[in-house]
Design a binder for this molecule. Structure first.
Ligand SMILES: NC(=O)c1ccc[n+]([C@@H]2O[C@H](COP(=O)([O-])OP(=O)(O)OC[C@H]3O[C@@H](n4cnc5c(N)ncnc54)[C@H](O)[C@@H]3O)[C@@H](O)[C@H]2O)c1
Length: 268
């Protein structure tokens, strides 16, 4: 049924998988045949979500794993946990991320570091551990980094730290793709526009309560769906299916790419 998108035999780590884009991605990967380690700092919820995926009758399998990806040792440990659970690790989806707002005039070094530590540093060293494992095992796997359209153009004010983290992720995607291509390992990014998730809704509520400076022309959030040419935000599953594509043999010649999935937002 999944044809060139089939992921039978893969073993994947998906970070930030207890909800939103990460959960939708873990579910689709398991449906496509992959074994999936769902990683999240919310250990109870991620275990429950993994059980839900198994109970839905997927071809692959799902296991929950508690870890804080801002901690490099924990990030590296997720790859070891995947190998312990499934015998290998052939796919990493770096999805865990935070998107707090603060204007560039008022943000503190601590705020900047908090965003970069999870969104970029944690992702980079998880990718390093995954790639090292793939090289050692001779696996021709892949890494998919969930960036953002903000890596390419700010969607609103107040996201300088976030935008830096996601632009860095796109840059690292290209660098690692270049270095890992001789090993047959592909590294790609996805740049979603607005996606209707719990995190995005909480973000909208925070912005409404305390705008970072001038009223934000938010390009995410239900109230701001009109600037999106397709007239709506994405469902998490629409990002998940893009991950399946990049992880699968359908994308066997795609590396170093950033796939924009934004309903046309960047065209405006
Ligand atoms: N929702 C959007 O509009 C949108 C748009 C572009 C990019 N993105 C990116 O997609 C990714 C997922 O976004 P989402 O909207 O699904 O988020 P979300 O807030 O709904 O879910 C994020 C998940 O990550 C987990 N998490 C957060 N910090 C963690 C940590 N330190 N260690 C482990 N797990 C952690 C949370 O517990 C949660 O389960 C993020 O990287 C985000 O920047 C989202």
């Amino acid at each position: 049924m999944w044809g060139p998108f089939d992921l039978d035999g893969h073993a994947a780590v998906v970070t930030g998988a207890a909800r939103g884009i990460g959960f939708a991605t873990a579910k689709r990967l398991a449906e496509a045949g992959s074994h999936v380690l769902l990683v999240d700092r919310d250990g109870a919820l991620v275990a429950q979500r993994a059980s839900e995926i198994v109970a839905s009758g997927v071809r692959g399998s799902a296991v929950g794993h508690a870890a804080d990806l801002a901690d490099i040792d924990a990030a590296r440990g997720t790859i070891e946990a995947c190998v312990a659970a499934f015998g290998r690790c052939t796919l990493l989806v770096n999805n865990a991320g935070i998107f707090p707002a603060a204007s560039s005039l008022s943000m503190t070094p601590e705020f900047f570091d908090r965003v970069l530590t999870l969104n970029l540093r944690g992702a980079v060293f998880a990718a390093q551990a995954a790639a090292a494992r793939m090289v050692a095992a001779g696996d021709r796997g892949s890494i998919v980094n969930i960036a953002s359209v903000d890596a390419l153009r700010p969607a609103m004010v107040g996201l300088a730290a976030y935008d830096a983290s996601k632009a860095g992720m796109v840059a690292v995607t290209k660098s690692m793709a270049l270095e890992l291509a001789p090993h047959g390992i592909r590294v790609n990014a996805i740049a979603p526009g607005g996606v209707d998730t719990e995190g995005a809704r909480a973000f909208q509520s925070e912005l409404a309560a305390a705008p970072p400076s001038a009223p934000a022309p938010a390009a995410t959030g239900a109230a701001a769906a009109s600037p999106i040419p397709m007239g709506r935000m994405a469902e998490p599953d629409e990002i998940a299916l893009a991950v399946v594509y990049l992880a699968s043999s359908a994308a066997s010649y795609v590396t170093g790419a950033t796939l924009v999935v934004d309903g046309g937002m960047l065209l405006t």
